[in-house]
Design a protein around this ligand. Structure first.
Ligand code: NAD
Length: 393
């Protein structure tokens, strides 16, 4: 019997230590190293890559990876796996023919994509996974990280809230349950509803997509129905931006609801746009002292609360705490990395075929996730963003 010769060398996968401030996650955990090596890939891990997620280098070695310096990693890896987009220094280290996979946010930083294409680097972004495709669900890092964020948002809000979440009857008196409002019932919002319910709060929730009513109710939340009926279901299950009229009527009614809440957690996003303001200054003024707002949408672009400051905790004059964490999943690095590692490994194993990445533009997963390849920008959305302003209209 003859065995077929293997005419390709194994793909070398490099796992970097994240360099973005406050980023504690790591793209691959030891369990996934074992899975990748079993599939015939070689894994090299940058020294200290897992430290933020409490994973020692020795755990990667025990799982079959080689721990190397940053210089050696960039020299040897065919594919670099990461969470966040590369820093300036890391971008310089990437070389022609090498691929980088992560949550690269190509639509927020198209110039970086242009640079990577110019350097002949293949950029593959997990945030471009087609989320409604069932075989891509194991690769959906946006959902896995939003899930972590939704859970942690409630835990942080509960920590900042000076009372109980559940109803408690004790010899010293009765504590009323907290009234919690979740604004935006996507992946993070649903997890936030479930978590707040498990802590015993009375939960209400609101979204502009009517289909979310049933999902919220099935988790034990009461859906907030406004007199102004808005259906802002947009493409792909996302919301569309509201018209100014819709926004004004929504706001007036929401302000009344918000005023009666102890805790408000906001998760509303509209793809490619600034997050909508749902909690105005006036609404905050109506809240009782000791109330807490946790704005999950806060970033440099703004947030769902008019008064939130990304990355800061603010206490208003009427003693309402406004918390606006910028990277919630990184505050739960072990759990978040485990999920992320499964997402990125599933994508990688889907793309690697016979010792190379197969990036067929016609493939329903490889097509959309490949942002740059062979010196070209493939993503039409990124190309459009890079056009001069007059050519876009
Ligand atoms: P997202 O982060 O884009 O937004 C969060 C929520 O905010 C959404 O539910 C949106 O409707 C809501 N929102 C936007 N503007 C609002 C406003 N003015 N007022 C109130 N709420 C507002 O959403 P996401 O969590 O990424 O999920 C988006 C969609 O993708 C959902 O339909 C989700 O079910 C779908 N999804 C599907 C799959 C799948 O099919 N496997 C996987 C992941 C997500």
């Amino acid at each position: 019997m003859t065995t077929r010769p293997i005419d390709f060398r194994p793909v070398i996968v490099g796992v970097v230590r994240e360099t973005a401030p406050g980023e504690r996650r790591v793209a691959i955990v030891p369990d996934s190293v074992a899975q990748l090596t079993k599939a015939g890939l070689e894994v090299v891990v940058e020294q200290g890559a897992g430290v933020g997620a409490m994973i020692p280098d020795s755990a990667y070695e025990a799982a079959g990876a080689k721990v190397v310096s940053r210089d050696d990693l960039y020299k040897s890896a065919d594919v670099v796996l990461r969470i966040q987009k590369p820093s300036d220094d890391e971008t310089k280290r990437l070389r022609k023919g090498q691929a980088v996979i992560g949550l690269l946010q190509p639509l927020l930083d198209p110039k970086l994509m242009e640079r990577l294409a110019g350097a002949g680097v293949t950029a593959i972004s997990l945030d471009a996974i087609p989320r409604t495709l069932s075989r891509a669900q194991t690769m959906d890092a946006l959902s896995s990280q939003a899930n972590v964020g939704g859970y942690k948002a409630v835990v942080m809000a509960a920590e900042a809230f000076g009372r109980y979440f559940p109803l408690l009857t004790t010899a010293a008196g009765t504590a009323k349950p907290a009234n919690v409002l979740i604004l935006g019932i996507g992946v993070a919002g649903l997890q936030a509803i479930g978590t707040a319910r498990r802590l015993g709060a009375v939960v209400r929730a609101y979204d502009v997509r009517p289909e979310t009513r049933e999902q919220a109710e099935s988790l034990g939340a009461q859906f907030v129905t406004l007199k102004t009926q808005i259906d802002a279901t947009g493409a792909g299950g996302y919301a569309r931006e509201l018209t100014p009229e819709e926004r004004a009527s929504q706001q007036a009614e929401l302000n009344e609801v918000i005023g009666g809440m102890d805790v408000v957690i906001t998760t509303a996003q509209v793809p490619g746009r600034k997050p909508p303001v749902l909690v105005t200054k006036d609404a905050v003024a109506k809240m009782k002292p000791g109330s807490v707002i946790l704005d999950m949408a806060a970033s440099a672009l703004g947030g769902n609360c008019e008064l939130s400051k990304a990355g800061e905790d603010v206490v208003t004059d009427n003693l309402v705490s406004i918390i606006a964490p910028e990277n919630l999943p990184a505050t739960m690095p072990i759990g978040a990395s485990q999920f992320y590692a499964r997402n990125i490994s599933a994508l990688l194993l889907q793309l690697v075929q016979e010792g190379a990445l197969n990036l067929d533009p016609a493939d329903e997963i490889a097509g959309p996730v490949t942002i740059t390849h062979g010196g070209e920008i493939r993503s039409e959305a990124v190309k459009k963003l890079l056009q001069p302003a007059e050519a876009k209209s």
